[in-house]
Every structure is written in structure tokens, then in C-alpha cells.
Design a protein around this ligand. Structure first.
Ligand SMILES: C[S@@+](CC[C@H](N)C(=O)[O-])C[C@H]1O[C@@H](n2cnc3c(N)ncnc32)[C@H](O)[C@@H]1O
Length: 254
């Protein structure tokens, strides 16, 4: 693996993704969606975005940077669409296909293997803060949407310098920078909100925790598990301290 911008992120989004699939298989399919939402983390945030994507049963939807496919699986179950998952980490892309039966391709957001206007809507959750080439990712999202196509975003934004220790490889934009980048890519921002990452139903959190515990039981002696824990812990600390803000936005192409 050498696609992401740090080894720590490859451990977190690649190796742990494969371990997550393994743990979901051990615990049962009911665990797949909560455990598979790595980054979006809250059903309320998914619902807020899905309500604003102008989806119909036949909508062609892209989940860009889909991880192990939890959000796409949720969207399929809740809205009756069949999202296409694109995700650079092979283990995660495979998990999205195997856990949710969704079409899934290993691809970077900056090089999407789809034609112009191939989708009616897209979302990209917790991804723009993991890549420095945000303009490249947004240009590709704009390209695969037709004029009027909707884009949902979850981005962890930082409006002032962050207190260390910082998660490795992340690149958190400010809201002002994000707005500039969206406008430059030809994506008109329609609505924004701040996500409440704690508003999932209690059984959702319990199942995600059970999968985390199963992954720990199997892999806690592996240095990559400790590295991924450290990464996730640093992001959680910045979020709980208010230095990072979970920003939701819906934009329209054109
Ligand atoms: C915080 S996780 C979010 C995963 C998923 N969207 C979710 O909400 O559960 C960030 C994801 O972005 C992916 N990623 C990192 N850099 C990327 C890039 N340049 N293009 C596409 N995806 C990328 C990672 O592999 C990881 O799966």
C-alpha cells in the first residue's frame, strides 16, 4: 500500500478496514453499518445529508472515499439506492463490496474511473481532511456530476492552528478555505450545518463498540492496531476539545 499520505493513515484505513470486515463477520451482519461508518460516525449526519441530495429510487450515487462502505450501506438500506463505492485502500474497497454487496472500485478521489456526469449525486465523508490535494478531489467530483447534481460533504474543519499531538497525514482545512475550494471547482454551496456525532441510536454505538472490541481482542498486539488507535484518539481529542468541527455541507454542481 502506498496510496495515502502517511503510513499511519494506511494502517487506520487499510489494515484496520480488513480487520473490521473480519470482526463484523464474527459478530453478525447487523454490525456492518455502524462499524462501517468510519469517520461519518453518526446516523443523524447521514440522514441530514441524504435528505438534501434530491435522491430518487433510480438515482446513480457515488460514495467517494467510501471506506468499508458503512455510509453507502446505510444509504442503500434507508433510501433504496445502490451507491457505487470508490476507495483507494484495497482492503476497504473489498470490504464494502463483501459486506454490503455494493459495486466498489479501488480509486483515489483525484482519479475517479468514471465518465463525465456519470452520477446524479455523490457524497464524500471525512475524506477531504485526509488529503492535501483537495482541489484535485473536488474537480473530479464536479466532473462526474451533471449540472444541478448534488454533493454532500462531511469535513472536519479547523479554524485556527490545532494543538499537538496531531494525527499524521491529515490536512484539515478551515471553513473559509473549503468554501473557496468549492467555488473554484464549480460547486455552489446550498446549505451547511454542524454534525452532532453523538446522535446515533444507542444500539448503533453498542454495535460499533462491540466490533472495536473484537478487533482489539484479535489484533491488540499488532503495532498497526496501536498506531491506528493513536490516530483515532488524536482526532477524537481534537473534536471533543472543539478544535476540530464536523462540518456538513451540500453543494450543487454548475
Ligand atoms: C475517515 S475515513 C471515512 C470513510 C467513509 N467515508 C466513512 O465515512 O465511513 C477516510 C477515508 O478516506 C480515504 N481516503 C484518503 N485519501 C483519499 C483520497 N485521496 N481519495 C479518496 N479517498 C481517500 C481513506 O482511505 C478512508 O477510507
Amino acid at each position: 500500500m502506498s496510496e495515502l499520505e502517511s503510513e499511519a493513515m494506511e494502517a487506520e484505513f487499510g489494515t484496520v478496514a480488513g480487520w473490521t470486515e473480519e470482526a463484523v463477520r464474527a459478530l453478525g451482519a447487523g454490525h456492518a453499518i455502524p462499524a462501517g461508518c468510519r469517520g461519518s460516525g453518526s446516523e443523524g449526519a447521514l440522514r441530514w445529508l441524504a435528505d438534501r441530495l434530491a435522491l430518487t429510487a433510480g438515482s446513480r450515487v457515488l460514495d467517494d472515499g467510501a471506506g468499508v462502505g458503512g455510509p453507502a450501506g446505510w444509504l442503500a438500506a434507508d433510501r433504496g439506492v445502490r451507491p457505487v463505492c470508490a476507495e483507494p485502500m484495497h482492503a476497504a474497497a473489498r470490504a464494502a463490496h463483501r459486506l454490503f454487496g455494493l459495486p466498489s472500485v479501488a480509486a483515489l478521489a483525484q482519479r475517479l474511473p468514471f465518465g463525465d456526469g456519470a452520477f446524479d449525486a455523490a457524497w464524500c465523508l471525512g475524506v477531504l481532511c485526509t488529503t492535501s490535494d483537495k482541489a484535485g478531489a473536488l474537480a473530479e467530483l464536479r466532473r462526474v456530476l451533471p449540472d444541478g447534481g448534488r454533493l454532500g460533504l462531511l469535513v472536519f474543519v479547523a479554524d485556527r492552528p490545532l494543538p499537538p499531538p496531531l494525527p499524521e497525514g491529515n490536512d484539515f482545512p478551515s471553513e473559509a478555505e473549503l468554501r473557496r475550494l468549492l467555488a473554484a471547482a464549480g460547486l455552489r454551496l446550498r446549505e451547511t450545518a454542524t454534525a452532532d456525532l453523538r446522535d446515533s441510536p444507542p444500539e448503533w454505538d453498542a454495535r460499533a463498540d462491540a466490533v472495536d472490541a473484537e478487533v482489539a481482542r484479535r489484533h491488540r498486539d499488532d503495532p498497526r492496531w496501536r498506531e491506528a488507535q493513536e490516530q483515532a484518539g488524536r482526532v477524537a481529542r481534537l473534536l471533543s476539545g472543539g478544535a476540530l468541527r464536523p462540518w456538513l455541507g451540500v453543494a450543487e454542481a454548475g
